[in-house]
Design a protein around this ligand. Structure first.
Ligand code: PL4
Length: 410
């Protein structure tokens, strides 16, 4: 018989989001008349914008002709013109097109990236954080030598991110030679790393031979001009950081699938070899490039019309977030001593239900309001007692969910 990879034995029981979907299905089966609204999974709901649709259509039409047909790209790193546009539009030319690697989404890159570091590497994650960082680490055999406990994996450094520290971690707990996962704007807290936070992070990484794996999947939601939109705004970041990015949330590409990561040429392993050479080897072996139709859409999303249309979609979701925050400021929540955190720079509202367990609050909201949210405990030990509300949704559903939340008895 074939043995299961021991790393999989160490994984926590289930992945958070399918667990939420399962609980929703079970509730619906038991209450067929309930009109459930999801403020749970961060899944986009608004249509692709007209310009993106038009350009993707044009590309597909061309693919139906001998002259316009395209198959595999020469390498898996993406269409040269898209890499160039990302370098110019998203990084103002500070990053070269050859350092941009187009992919089928940030999650896929977050999974693949661990292959380059092997099982001996130390890993530090923000707590709470997007579950893929921890699960991907454990699958790769790094940090998962001991099975999961109430407080997480013994060999992974959890960096608490709580209201008390402005949701940015104390880096002094991080071991030398660590991969440090940082997400800003953060999922699930919505908090953004300030310029000073990122300067300290880059300095720490340099001094302690660490790499930063920077997840900027929500950077397009940043409205505060003082907050960096990419870690490469910080001098020296290109010597220590890899940035993951996504078209999913700003352009509605959650189903289309497109993202990129930046692996700067200056980033070097201990033996002096270039990380980007290893990454090229990795993607050309394990990946065959993002769909060229998706890339045509991404290319359109980053031109003048595309960017303007994306802004409108993002503003729509941010307004949903504001409405949810307002609903959570109601008397019923005040009486229960609920703390609300909404930055206006991320599509999530993070709320602390003092004295309560996240999954109990999840059940109460589902049962009384027929609204699905995400229990903070699913993002790590420090997420206990918190609930994440996603602001992705049609406006009428969000308004209805808000009205129901105002009736919640805690
Ligand atoms: C549900 C911080 C959502 N089934 O779409 P991608 O792969 O380019 O980006 C995924 C991603 C990357 N980085 C961060 C994210 O929050 C996400 C998406 N997260 C959420 O509700 O937290 C969707 C989750 C999806 C999943 O498992 O990722």
């Amino acid at each position: 018989m074939i043995k299961r990879n021991a790393n999989y034995t160490n994984l926590a029981k289930g992945y958070l989001f399918p667990e939420i979907a399962k609980r929703r299905r079970e509730y619906q089966a038991a209450h067929p008349d309930a009109k459930i609204i999801s403020l749970g999974i961060g899944n986009t709901t608004e249509p692709l914008t007209p310009h993106i649709v038009e350009e993707m259509k044009n590309f597909i039409t061309a693919m139906g002709t001998v002259e316009g047909y395209e198959g595999y790209q020469d390498d898996s790193a993406g269409m040269p013109k898209l890499r160039e546009r990302i370098a110019q539009v998203m990084y103002g030319g500070k990053i070269k097109a050859s350092e941009v690697y187009v992919s089928d989404g940030a999650k896929c890159d977050l999974g693949r990236i661990q292959t380059m570091f092997g099982s001996g590497v130390n890993v530090a994650v923000q707590d709470p954080s997007y579950p893929v960082y921890v699960d991907g680490t454990v699958m790769a055999g790094a940090g998962g030598k001991e099975p999961v406990t109430e407080t997480g994996f013994k060999d992974i450094t959890y960096m608490p991110c709580l209201p008390e520290n402005g949701f940015f971690p104390d880096l002094s707990v991080v071991k030398k030679n660590s991969l440090i996962y940082i997400c800003s704007p953060n999922n699930p807290t919505g908090a953004c790393a300030t310029r000073k936070n990122l300067e300290d992070l880059v300095a720490f990484a340099k001094a302690n031979d660490c790499f930063v794996l920077y997840d900027g999947a929500y950077s397009a939601f940043i409205r505060d001009a003082s907050i960096p939109k990419t870690i490469y705004e910080i001098p020296g970041a290109d010597e220590v950081a890899i940035e993951m990015q996504s078209f999913s949330k700003p352009a509605g590409f959650t189903g289309v699938r497109l993202g990129w990561c930046v692996v700067p040429e200056k980033l070097k392993f201990e033996d002096g070899s270039a990380v980007h050479t290893a990454w090229e080897r990795e993607i050309n072996t394990q990946f065959n490039g993002a769909s060229n139709i998706a890339q045509a859409g991404g290319y359109a999303a980053l031109d003048e019309i595309g960017l303007k249309e994306m802004e409108e979609t993002i503003n729509y979701y941010l307004e949903n977030g504001r409405l949810i925050k307002e609903a959570l400021e109601g008397e019923n929540f005040k009486a229960a001593n609920v703390e609300i955190y909404f930055t206006g720079n991320a599509p999530y509202v993070w709320a602390k239900f003092n004295g309560k367990k996240s999954w109990d609050v999840f059940d109460a909201i589902l049962d009384q309001c027929h609204v699905v949210c995400t229990p903070g405990a699913g993002f790590g030990p420090s997420g206990e007692s918190f609930i994440r509300f996603s602001s992705f949704g049609h406006r009428e559903n969000v308004i209805e969910a808000c009205n129901r939340l105002k009736t919640l008895k805690l």
